[in-house]
Design a protein around this ligand. Structure first.
Ligand code: DSN
Length: 414
């Protein structure tokens, strides 16, 4: 192996700086996590260079016997972990996985009913800025303004009037459980396929700490790097009868050669996720998210839906006279990484927002618990309240670094 620091010291140095940033900041981005070193090793492995268009035993390149073994193993592990009939482990991302499901099962122009982005959905669920909305005719359901939870009556009414061919359940900033049984019943009533995009919650589902959509959905898409803690990449699960269409749409439909290094990391991720330690981690992820909601509430922040059932908390900053963009910037300057987020009914633009999204996966992976969550919220509050006082921000930064050092992401070998 060549040494990066000799061949390209500039890039090596940027990587080193990022390692230092990761160690010395608190990552509260709900869509992120700290992947174990074994995942990073698999992602950086020799498989990153292999061309392997096609599927195991049916490749368009020679030299694939190890690639085949690897992909078969990843598929087997994915099916076993989630109890699915079929798994495609080639999607490069969650968006590729969603595109493949839409294009496999629908004709261009077909109707899809999905959750509104501003109520918690995802760009690839037909947001006007996404290519998905140029290819398919989307309509969106939202949350009940009073409860801020999905209004299943509205979903049913829209499904019956709009007659979609597919219904998408799943979100990127919805802190509550989704009733898959209800969504599946609505889909059946209008003869639509049900796609569940469980990107954010796949780790919680794999660990069995929240309900699984597998028995209810025709298709499930997810990414491996959020709660699942497995590094970049996407996966599709489906019933056996849809397998051939999904395979053809991923390759050659929307992708070329799979990223086999990511397939290797997915295989490792599925292996690690079936261990009892992983279930414990996911249980703690839930407990820490609940602690975040409680601690923010104690300090007078309004929590969207009044709490959380998963790994994320959506904090309404309005009553504090703050916007999401300001909070995000102030907190980053003190070493606390969050993302601004619209809240249901938000009147502010996506680059401003009235809320911030807080996720518990990464701090839980580095070993923190409810005691540290209480301290983090105290630090967040101090930074936001004292945002115009450099001495306050300096003090918070020092305390953040102190806390991070007690819980290293990648402890130095002893
Ligand atoms: N889906 C994006 C998010 O939730 O932040 C990232 O993948």
């Amino acid at each position: 192996m060549h040494d990066l620091s000799i061949q390209d010291p500039e890039v090596a140095d940027i990587i080193r700086q990022e390692e230092v940033r990761i160690e010395n900041t608190l990552d509260l981005v709900a869509a992120e996590n700290h992947a174990p070193g074994s995942i990073l090793e698999a992602q950086g492995s020799i498989f990153s260079a292999k061309a392997a268009e096609g599927y195991p035993g049916r490749r368009f390149h020679a030299g694939c016997r190890h690639a085949d073994k690897l992909e078969v193993l990843a598929i087997h592990r994915a099916k076993r972990l989630f109890g699915a009939e079929h798994a495609n482990v080639q999607p490069h991302s969650g968006v590729s996985a969603n595109l493949a499901v839409y294009f496999a099962m629908l004709e261009v122009g077909d109707r899809i009913l999905a959750m509104q982005l501003s109520h918690g959905g995802h760009l690839s669920h037909g947001d006007p800025s996404s290519i998905t909305s140029r290819c398919f005719h989307f309509r969106h359901y939202g949350v009940d303004p009073a409860t801020e939870r999905i209004d299943y009556d509205q979903v049913r009414d829209l499904a019956q009037s709009f007659k979609p061919r597919m219904i998408v359940a799943g979100a990127s900033s919805y802190p509550r459980l989704i009733n898959y049984e209800k969504m599946a019943a609505i889909a059946r009533e209008v003869s639509a396929f049900l796609l569940v995009d469980m990107a954010h919650i796949a780790g919680l589902v794999a660990a069995g700490v929240i309900p699984s959509p597998v028995a209810h959905a025709d298709f499930i898409t997810f990414t491996t790097y959020k709660t699942l803690r497995g590094g970049r990449g996407g996966v599709i699960l489906c019933r056996r009868n849809h397998a051939a269409k999904i395979s053809r749409t991923i390759f050659p439909g929307v992708q070329g050669t799979p990223s086999l290094n990511l397939v290797a990391a997915k295989a490792v991720c599925f292996h690690l996720a079936q261990a009892p330690e992983f279930s414990e981690l996911q249980q703690k992820t839930l407990e820490n998210a609940a602690a975040f909601a409680l601690e923010f509430e104690k300090r007078g922040y309004r929590i969207v839906t009044g709490g959380t059932d998963n790994h994320l908390v959506l904090v309404d900053l309005t009553s504090k006279g703050l916007t999401g963009d300001v909070a995000e910037k102030v907190l980053e300057s003190a070493g606390i990484i969050v993302n601004r987020n619209v809240i249901p009914g938000d009147t502010r633009r996506a680059d401003v927002t009235s809320g911030m999204r807080i996720g518990s996966p990464a701090i839980t992976s580095r070993g923190m618990g409810p005691g540290q969550v209480a301290r983090i919220v105290e630090l967040v509050d101090s930074a936001l309240v004292g945002r115009h006082q450099p001495s306050v921000l300096e003090q918070v930064s020092r305390e953040v670094i102190g806390l991070c050092r007690q819980f290293p992401v990648y402890p130095a070998p002893s």
